[in-house]
Write a protein that binds this ligand. Sequence first.
Ligand SMILES: *Cc1c(COP(=O)(O)O)cnc(C)c1O
Length: 376
Amino acid sequence: MELTKARERIFLTSPHMSDEGYEMDYIKEAFDTNWIAPLGENVNGFERELAEKVGSKSAAALSSGTAAIHMALKAAGVGEGDIVFCPTLTFSATANPIIYQNAIPVFIDSNYESWNMCPKALEEAFEKYPEVKAVIVVHLYGLSADMDKIMDICKEHNVAVIEDAAESLGTYYKGKHTGTFGDYGIFSFNGNKIITTSGGGMLVSDNEERIDKVRFWATQSRDQARHYQHSELGFNYRMSNVLAGIGRGQLKVLDQRVVKKRYIFEFYKKELGGLEGVEFMPVNEWDEPNYWLSSMALKGKIRPIGVMEALERENIESRPVWKPMHMQPFFEKYDFVGADIAEKLFENGVCLPSDTKMPDGDLERVCKIIKGLWLK
Ligand SMILES: *Cc1c(COP(=O)(O)O)cnc(C)c1O
C-alpha cells in the first residue's frame, strides 16, 4: 500500500489561465461565429489590445516569437551576408532567424549590471564591424537591458534595432514598455512565458506600413489579384483566431501575473539573499521588471548543479541560466565580442521555480530545501 502520495510537481513556470474564464469567452465567440480560421476578430482585437498595452502604434499577431524575430529582420532589410549583433546570453530562438535570413550573427557579451547586452562590448563590436545592418537586444528573464546607452550607440551608427521582448511582456524601462524603444519589438506567447496562447508571437512597431508588409509576407505574400499571384517569397506565419482569443483573455490578467511574479522574487530574495555567495538577478533603478523567472548567481562553494539536484529529488523543477550562443556547437564558428561575463553567469546561474500558481507553502518548501544545502 502506498503510504505517502508523491508530491505534485512544482514547475519552473506553467500556463495560468484566468480564474474568470476570459479565454473561454473569446474562444466560444470564435466557435459561435465559425471564425475558427482564417484570422478574424480575435486576431484584430489581440493586435489592437496588445499594441495599446505596450504603447506601440501597430502590431501583427504571428505563429511564434521566433517567426516575429524572423519578420522583424526581414522588415529591417536584413538579407544574405549582412551582419547582425545579437546578445550571446539568450535562448537560441533569438539567433536562429538571423541564419534563416542567411545573415551573419556576431555575439555580444553581457555585463553584471544588467545581465543583458553590455554597452561597452556593443561599442567595441561597432568598431570592428561598422557595416552592421541590425542589432537585436534581449530583455532576459524580464529584466530590461540598459536601453538609454544601447539606443544612443545604435542611433549614432544609424542602425535598425530589434528588441526581443519575448520574456519581458509587462516590463518597463523608465516607465516605457520594453519592446517599444527599437524599430521593432517582439513578444512570445509560448507555453512557458508570462502569458500564453499555447504558442504564438507578436511583432510591434510604430511603422504601420512595415507591419502591413509583415502581415502580407506572413500570409504567403498573396498579391491583390483574383488568381493566386506572388511577386515575393511568402511565409505561413499568422496566428489563428482561436489562439488569439486565448491571448485576449490572458492579456486581461497580465498585470496580476506580474504582481505575483514580483512577490515570488521578493520571497526568495528575503529568504535566500543572505546566504553566503548568493546574488540575485540585478534590478536596476531604471527597471520595473515582470520578474518572469527568479534567478540567482552562486559565487560560493554551493554550485547550481547541487541546488538543481536537491530540488529535482523533491520533484521541483529549476534550470541553469541560458547557455551562451558563442559556446553552442552550432554557433561557435561566429565571432564573439566581449569577455567572460555571459560564460560566468551561465556557470553560476540558476533559475528558481517561478510559477504564478505557487502557494506560499511551495515557496517555503523550495527555500527550505535550498537553505538546507548551506547547513551541511
Ligand atoms: C521564448 C523565447 C523566444 C521564442 O519565442 P517562441 O514563441 O517560442 O518562438 C525568443 N527569444 C527569447 C529570449 C525567448 O525566451
